[in-house]
Each structure stands twice: as C-alpha cells, then as structure tokens.
Design a protein around this ligand. Sequence first.
Ligand SMILES: Nc1ncnc2c1ncn2[C@@H]1O[C@H](COP(=O)(O)OP(=O)(O)OP(=O)(O)O)[C@@H](O)[C@H]1O
Ligand SMILES: [Mg+2]
Length: 369
Amino acid sequence: MSTQWNAEKLRGIWKRMIQRPLVGLDIGMSGLKAVELTSTSRGKRLVAYNRVPLPWGAITTEGEVKERDAVLSALKELFAFKGFSTKHVAVASFGSSIITKKITIERMAPAELKEQLYWEAEQYIPFPVAEVNLDFAILDTQTENAEQMEVLIVAAKKDFVQSLSGLLDEAGLKADVIDNPSFALGNAFEFNYSHAITGPTGVPPLSVLLDFGAGATRVSIVEGDKTTFTRDLRQCGMACTLMLSERLGLNLTDAEEAKLFDFEDEPVRVIIDEFNHALTDEVARTIDYVIGQNPERSVQGIYYCGGGSRLSGLVEELEAKLTAPVAPLNPVQNLAGSGRKMNAQAIRELRYLGSTAVGLALRASGDSE
Ligand SMILES: Nc1ncnc2c1ncn2[C@@H]1O[C@H](COP(=O)(O)OP(=O)(O)OP(=O)(O)O)[C@@H](O)[C@H]1O
Ligand SMILES: [Mg+2]
C-alpha cells in the first residue's frame, strides 16, 4: 500500500473500516505506546500492549524527529515484543503538523465542498495550501442561519506525512492509517462511554476530553460522536519538569524525579501547586471559550487521561475549579478481557497512558464508523 497520505486516506480518519489486524501506535513525546485488539463474539479483547520510553527532545513539539536513530531503535524495541500479530499500524500524528479548525460556511453539497475546500481553507490554516492535504467533515450541528453549515477541516502537512511514513518503513512497519490524536482519543471515548455519546434527550451531549501529555495538554470537545474542537495547551508534563528544573537549579532528570517522587517536599510542592493552578486556569478558559460559542449547551462531563494527569494535586484542582463532573477516561473499561500475554500491571498502566493507542487500535476493527 502506498504510504502517501492522499485524500482518500484522510477521509479514513473518520470512516475507515479496516478488516485486517492493525496495531494502534501512539508516538508520544515521552514514549511510544502500541496496542492491539481483536474482535471476539463477546466484544473486543486486548491482544497486546507495550511501551518504550523516548529520550526527551527526540521528537519536538512541532512534530520534527530530531533523533532519528533513537526513535527507530525505540520502534524496533516496541515491536520486538512477541504479542503483536502484525507490523501494520494505525498511527497518530504528533506535534503541530496536523491542525483542525471548525468553520461556518454557506451550505453546499459534500461534492461541491470537496471542490471548493482548498479555496475555503486558505484563509483558515497557517500553512500554504499547496503544502497540505486537506479533509473535512460536515457537522450536523444547528447553525443560527439555515443557509449556513459548520465544517471541521483537517490540514496535514505533506512533508510531515512523508517523513513519518518513511520513518515507519525503515522500522519495518506499514502505516495503513494516519490519524489525528484528538480523533483517536474521541474514538476511545466513544467506544467506552456510549451513554455520554447518545444522551437521554436526543440532543448530543457535550463532553470534554483532557489528555495530559508530556509535550502538550490536548483539550477536545466531543458532541455526540464527533470531535468538534481541539486545542493544545502550552502547560504540559514537560513544562512542569522544566519549571522545577529552572526554579530549583536541577538538571532535567533530577527535576523529573522530584516531580514524581518528592512532591510533598516544600519547594517542590509550591512549584507544582503553582503549575496546577496555571494549567487548570488554562483548561477552564478553553472550556469557557467553547461554551461561550454555544451558550445554550452545558458540559455533561470532563474526562482526563495521559501520564501528566497523575501529577500530585492536579485532579483535585480540576475538580475544585471546573463546574462539570471530572472523571478518568478509562480506555479499556468496555473490553471483553485480555490475552494471556497481558499482566495486571500493564493493564493498569494502559488505563492512564493508553487512550490514544486504544482509539487507534479500534480503527482496525471497524469501530470508527
Ligand atoms: N506519577 C506521575 N506524576 C506526575 N507526572 C507524571 C507521572 N507519571 C507520568 N507523568 C508525566 O506524564 C508525562 C508522560 O505522559 P504521556 O505518556 O501521556 O505523554 P506522551 O504521550 O509521551 O506525550 P504527548 O502526548 O504530549 O506526546 C510525562 O511528562 C511524565 O512526567
Ligand atoms: Mg500522548
């Protein structure tokens, strides 16, 4: 299969039904995670999960691979784990190489929009349109003006897609699907929280998903089964480590250790508290911004995941400051068990680190319709 990300492949972001097994591969700033699921008569089962850390800086927050050899050897190590049945992957983009934007335009048929998309998109995306692949989803949201409709556009930089495909090829992997991490997260949410997707009244409920990563805190708004808004916040796991490093004069390794283990100690505690305030304020402002655009809507729930959500005091701060209920996003709660190769500790880890990889793995088994 060609690894060029063409328009058809982009469309696969939402709709693709792939019957062959695929491993969901999440290339995170702090490490690689891979998940494989299988369909059984009782539902989806976990076949395998593995994680391999990456040195900080191997991938930049812009999505550039700075240390190619380190990333290649981590990819090889990840797949050396015997549990995976295939080298075909559904992978998420990383960094700021894929952007999404919700726009309101004159109502038109999908075929017409497909033709006009590049003209429309030019004014909304920060890259020259010649350098990107574009796709769209027409949202079935209500607009004030019946002559208009809301459209989510997705722009992926061609050179990013090419270099990602090349990297995976070199590691002996095949990228069958390249997804946006926020859509993958939304997919994991949809699979596990169907009550939050349909809601009791027929009006799609509005949920907030928060992925506290090392390089970004990803905020997504899900309305019904569609991700309608995404934003990456500056405050993230690594920002906290950097703050500790600068304020306490520690190198990054020691600052990371202080964050994970010495969070009760006075100088560390004060800095983490300050970080938690700033991050929660940024999350609250983002949610207020989205609600401000839909004042008649309310948030039914806020779901968090990602390693950064384990930062001491963060969840308590979110619970205290945000007005909707806050709960962990458990990506494996709807799975019908796991294979023999999975131990309890791996499954515990998957709960907070694996949402994006599970969402990607679900692409393989047709759950993304
Ligand atoms: N117990 C903990 N307390 C505080 N922070 C933690 C803890 N465990 C992990 N982290 C932080 O979580 C981050 C890693 O989480 P995760 O694996 O979700 O990020 P990532 O997927 O690599 O990053 P990104 O999604 O931004 O690419 C790191 O910044 C790490 O310091
Ligand atoms: Mg991540």
